[in-house]
Each structure stands twice: as C-alpha cells, then as structure tokens.
Design a protein around this ligand. Structure first.
Ligand code: 5GP
Ligand code: ZN
Length: 112
C-alpha cells in the first residue's frame, strides 16, 4: 500500500518519532498531539480499519491492547491514559490504516 501514509511510516519512507517496533507492530508519536503524550499503535500489515478485522486478527488486536498499556507506562502515564480507535468516516477516521491512539498526561481528560 504505497499510497498509505502509515505503511510509508512503517517502511521508513516518511519520518516519525518511533516509540516501539517489533515484527508485527509499530508505535510512533502523533504529529498533532492532543495531550502531553500521544502516540499511535498500528499493525505493520495494512488493515484499513477495525471494521475490516476478523477472527484471524484476534492476536494482533490483543497484542496492540497489551502494548498500549505497557508503552503508556513507559511513556510516564502512570496516572492513566486513554485509548481511542476511530473507525470509518462516521467514527472520525482520517487515516485508513488501523491505528489505536494512546494519550494522556497533564490535566485529566474529560469523561464522556
Ligand atoms: P484518525 O483521525 O484517523 O483516528 O487519526 C489519524 C491521526 O494520525 C491524527 O491524529 C493525525 O495527527 C495523525 N497523523 C496523520 N499524518 C501523520 C504523519 O504523517 N505522522 C504522524 N506522526 N502522525 C500523523
Ligand atoms: Zn497502510
């Protein structure tokens, strides 16, 4: 998916501030943070959105959730953090490569 901005970030074609990388997952700081710490967790394999996931993706989705918690702690978010997955146009998704926002720090986030 050479036209996918997040695939290009994984490939190193677009620079990013890397937080974490393994064989399946890549994490990097969001370019427009909404909190003092705000990074994105993505599968290296192109999946357009959560709506495209099926049973075969259980493992990668579970790994992303566990990594969100581990990396948030490593980034100093001891008091807690928020995870968001925008899905589809109606869900506010702008980049169509599955990603989980992880953010927090500073003032407490509003409830909803
Ligand atoms: P979405 O609205 O699709 O859930 O969120 C996409 C996120 O990707 C936005 O928060 C936006 O700031 C971030 N983003 C878009 N392009 C880039 C980029 O080139 N580099 C980085 N680091 N973040 C990006
Ligand atoms: Zn992609």
């Amino acid at each position: 998916m050479s036209d996918c901005i997040f695939c290009r970030i994984v490939a190193g074609e677009i620079p990013s501030r890397k937080v974490y990388e393994d064989d399946e997952v890549f994490a990097f700081h969001d370019i427009h943070p909404v909190a003092p710490v705000h990074f994105l967790l993505i599968p290296k394999r192109h999946i357009a959105s959560l709506a495209e996931c099926g049973a075969a993706d259980c493992d990668i989705l579970g790994r992303m959730l566990l990594l969100a918690s581990k990396l948030a702690k490593e980034q100093g978010l001891d008091a807690g953090f928020r995870t968001v997955i925008n899905t589809g146009r109606g869900g506010g998704q702008e980049v169509f490569h599955l990603h989980m926002h992880v953010f927090g720090g500073g003032a407490s986030l509003p409830g909803f």
